[in-house]
Design a protein around this ligand. Structure first.
Ligand code: HEC
Ligand code: HEC
Ligand code: HEC
Ligand code: HEC
Ligand code: HEC
Ligand code: HEC
Ligand code: HEC
Length: 379
C-alpha cells in the first residue's frame, strides 16, 4: 500500500482532530459509544445491556468471559494508565515510542523523529488472556478509513510489553505512520472491528456498535423482534437465526465466523505440520477422527459453555471424551486413563501465546509441540 507524504501530514492533522474530538465527546465515548446507533437503520441489534435485563444470570457469566472484553476505548481501559511515561524500544526501526495517558485516552510519540507530534491509540483489542493490541482509525485522503495496528502489544495477565506478532517481519517503513505500526487497508480494518464487536461498523473515523466486545447478538444474531415479543409477554418466538443450533454444523459455523472455518484459512495451513493451525480451533476440530467418525456430532458446546471462560479443568474434558467414546465404542487408550488433553490436545505456543490443538488425534511420538513463532501479521 502506498501513502503519499501528504497523507502522513493528513494523518497527523487527523490525529490532532481526533484528540480534539475526543475531548469534546468524552462522555459519549466512555459509555461505549452505544447511543450513536441509528435506531431506524440498525434497528435489529439491541445491544448486550438490553438482553441481560431479562437474562441476568447468563449476563453475569458472559461478563466474566474473554468474549466480554474484546474491544475497549483506551480511555476506559484501565491497564493503559500504567503505560503513562513508559517507552517501548522498537530496535528493528531504531524507534523509542513514548506513551502518554490522560483522561482522553492513550497516545504515543517518537521524540527525535517526529518532534512532539502525538498519535492516539484509540482502541484496545483483546482481554489479555493472550494479548492486548491497539488500533487507531485514520481517514485516508480518498475518503475511506484505514487502520493502524500499533507496534506494541501487551502480553498475558501481567500485560508485558512486546512487539505485535508479525511486526518483526514487516518491510522497513516507507511512510511515517509505519513507524508507529502496521497500516490496515479498509477491508482488514472492517473485519477486525466485526470480529471484536457486536454489529460494529466504522463511520467518520469512529467505531459505532450495538455493543463493544463480543456480545449476545454476535452469536445469537440481532434480537430486536425477540425483545419486542418478550416485552409484550408473547411466547418465546422463533426469531433467532438459530435457537440452540439443532444442527452441529450451524453452531460450528457461528463460532467459526470468528474463530475461522476451513474455507477461511489457506489450504496449506490445514496439515498436522502447520505452525498456525492450532489457533483456528474449528478448522482443527473438523479434521479430527472424533468429528469425522461421529458423523459431525462433535461441536464447540460439546466441551465449552458458550457463555463462560474455558474451564481449564482437565477432569471435565476427560469425562466428556470418555462418555462419547463409550457411545461410539471407541477402544480405550492403551497409554493412560486420564489427562487426555495433555497428550491429545496439547497447548502449542504461537506468537507469544498458547493454543490447544483441536485436531484431536494419536500424535506421532516425534511430533514436536513447539509451533513456530514466525506467523504472518494477519491472524
Ligand atoms: C423482556 C425480556 C427479554 C429480553 C430483553 C430478552 N429476552 Fe431472551 N428470552 C426471554 C424469555 C422470557 C425467553 C423464554 C424463556 C427462557 O428460555 O428463559 C427467552 C428466550 C431466549 C433464548 C432461548 C430460546 C430457547 O428456545 O431456548 C435465547 C437464545 C434468548 N432469549 C436470547 C436473548 C438475547 C440474545 C437477547 C438480547 C438481544 C434477549 N434474549 C433479550 C426474555 C427476554
Ligand atoms: C464475533 C466473533 C466471535 C464469535 C461469533 C465467537 N467468538 Fe469466541 N472469541 C472471540 C474473540 C475475539 C475471543 C478472544 C477473547 C479475548 O480477548 O480473550 C474469543 C475467545 C473465545 C474463547 C476463550 C475465552 C476465554 O475467556 O477463555 C473460547 C472458549 C471461545 N471464544 C469459544 C467460542 C465458541 C464456542 C463460540 C461459538 C458458540 C464462539 N467463541 C464464537 C470471538 C468470537
Ligand atoms: C475473523 C475474525 C477476526 C479478525 C478479522 C480479527 N480477530 Fe482478533 N481475535 C479473533 C479471535 C477468534 C480471537 C481469539 C482466539 C485467538 O487469539 O486467535 C482473537 C484474539 C485477538 C487478540 C488476543 C486476545 C486475547 O487476549 O486472547 C488480539 C489482541 C486481537 N485478536 C487483535 C486483533 C486485531 C488488532 C485485529 C485487526 C487487525 C483482529 N484481531 C482481527 C478474531 C478475529
Ligand atoms: C459465543 C457465542 C454466544 C454468546 C456471546 C452468547 N451466547 Fe447464548 N448461547 C450460545 C449457544 C451456542 C447456545 C446453545 C447452548 C447449548 O445448547 O448448550 C446458547 C444458548 C442461550 C440461551 C438458551 C439456553 C440457556 O443456556 O439458557 C439463552 C437464553 C442465551 N443463550 C442467551 C444469551 C445472552 C443473554 C447472551 C449475552 C449475555 C448470550 N446468550 C451470549 C452462544 C452464545
Ligand atoms: C462426539 C464424540 C467424541 C468426543 C466428544 C470425543 N471423541 Fe475421540 N473419537 C470419537 C470417535 C467416533 C472416534 C473414532 C473412532 C474410530 O476410529 O472408529 C474417536 C477417536 C479418537 C482418537 C483416535 C484418533 C486417531 O488418530 O485414530 C483419540 C486419540 C481420541 N478420540 C481422543 C479423544 C479425546 C482426548 C477426547 C476429549 C478431549 C475425545 N476424543 C472426545 C468420538 C469422540
Ligand atoms: C473435545 C473437547 C473440545 C471441543 C469439542 C472444543 N474444544 Fe475448545 N478447548 C478444549 C480444551 C481442552 C481447551 C483448553 C483447556 C482450557 O482452556 O480449558 C480448549 C480451549 C479453547 C480456546 C482457548 C484457546 C486455546 O486454543 O487454548 C478456544 C478459543 C476454543 N477452545 C474454541 C473452541 C471452538 C470454537 C470449538 C468448536 C469449533 C471448540 N473449542 C471445541 C476442548 C474442546
Ligand atoms: C501420556 C499421554 C497420553 C494420555 C494422557 C492419553 N493418551 Fe490416548 N494415546 C496416547 C498414545 C501415545 C496413543 C497411541 C498408542 C498406540 O499407538 O499404541 C494413544 C491412543 C489413544 C486412542 C486410540 C486407541 C486405539 O486403540 O485406537 C484413543 C481413543 C485415546 N488414546 C484416547 C485417550 C483418552 C480418552 C484419554 C484420557 C482418558 C487419553 N487417551 C489419555 C497417549 C496418551
Amino acid at each position: 500500500m502506498s501513502f503519499s507524504l501528504r497523507m502522513i501530514v493528513l494523518i497527523f492533522v487527523a490525529a490532532l482532530l481526533f484528540m480534539l474530538f475526543t475531548s469534546m465527546s468524552r462522555s459519549s465515548r466512555s459509555t461505549g459509544l452505544a447511543p450513536s446507533l441509528d435506531p431506524v437503520e440498525e434497528q435489529s441489534f439491541v445491544g448486550t445491556a438490553t438482553c441481560i435485563r431479562c437474562h441476568e444470570e447468563i449476563g453475569e457469566t458472559h461478563a466474566a468471559s474473554g468474549h466480554a472484553n474484546t474491544f475497549h476505548s483506551t480511555a476506559d481501559f484501565v491497564p493503559a494508565k500504567a503505560l503513562h511515561g513508559k517507552v517501548f524500544e522498537d530496535a528493528l526501526r531504531s524507534n523509542r515510542i513514548r506513551y502518554h495517558w490522560d483522561s482522553e485516552g492513550l497516545s504515543s510519540s517518537i521524540p527525535g523523529r517526529f518532534d512532539d507530534a502525538e498519535f492516539p491509540l484509540m482502541y484496545a483489542l483483546g482481554s489479555g488472556t493472550h494479548g492486548v493490541s491497539f488500533l487507531t482509525i485514520l481517514p485516508h485522503s480518498d475518503g475511506s478509513d484505514v487502520g493502524l495496528e500499533h507496534r506494541m502489544t501487551l502480553f498475558g495477565a501481567e500485560h508485558s510489553p512486546g512487539i505485535t506478532p508479525g511486526h518483526e517481519y514487516l518491510d522497513a517503513p516507507t511512510e511515517d505512520a509505519e513507524h508507529f505500526g502496521r497500516v490496515l487497508d479498509p477491508e482488514k480494518l472492517r473485519r477486525c472491528v466485526e470480529c471484536h464487536t457486536t454489529g460494529g461498523r466504522i463511520e467518520h473515523g469512529e467505531v459505532l456498535a450495538a455493543s463493544l466486545h463480543v456480545g449476545c447478538e454476535s452469536c445469537h444474531g440481532p434480537g430486536s423482534s425477540h425483545v419486542a415479543a418478550m416485552d409484550r409477554g408473547l411466547p418465546a418466538d422463533t426469531y433467532f437465526k438459530a435457537i440452540k443450533w439443532p444442527k452441529a454444523i450451524d453452531e460450528i459455523r457461528t463460532c467459526g465466523s470468528c474463530h475461522r472455518l476451513p474455507e477461511t484459512v489457506k489450504p496449506s495451513e490445514i496439515s498436522t505440520t502447520s505452525p498456525v493451525l492450532p489457533r483456528f480451533q474449528p478448522v482443527g476440530m473438523m479434521q479430527s477422527p472424533c468429528f469425522v467418525k461421529s458423523s459431525g456430532q462433535m461441536r464447540c458446546t460439546t466441551c465449552h459453555d458458550p457463555h463462560e471462560k474455558t474451564s481449564s479443568a482437565s477432569t471435565d474434558y476427560h469425562r466428556i471424551c470418555l462418555s462419547c467414546h463409550e457411545t461410539y465404542s471407541v477402544p480405550d487408550c492403551t497409554v493412560a486413563a486420564d489427562r487426555c488433553v495433555e497428550c491429545h490436545m496439547p497447548a502449542v505456543p504461537i506468537a507469544g501465546a498458547a493454543f490447544h490443538d483441536h485436531w484431536i488425534r494419536v500424535r506421532n511420538t516425534d511430533e514436536a509441540v513447539t509451533g513456530n513463532q514466525k506467523i504472518s501479521p494477519d491472524h
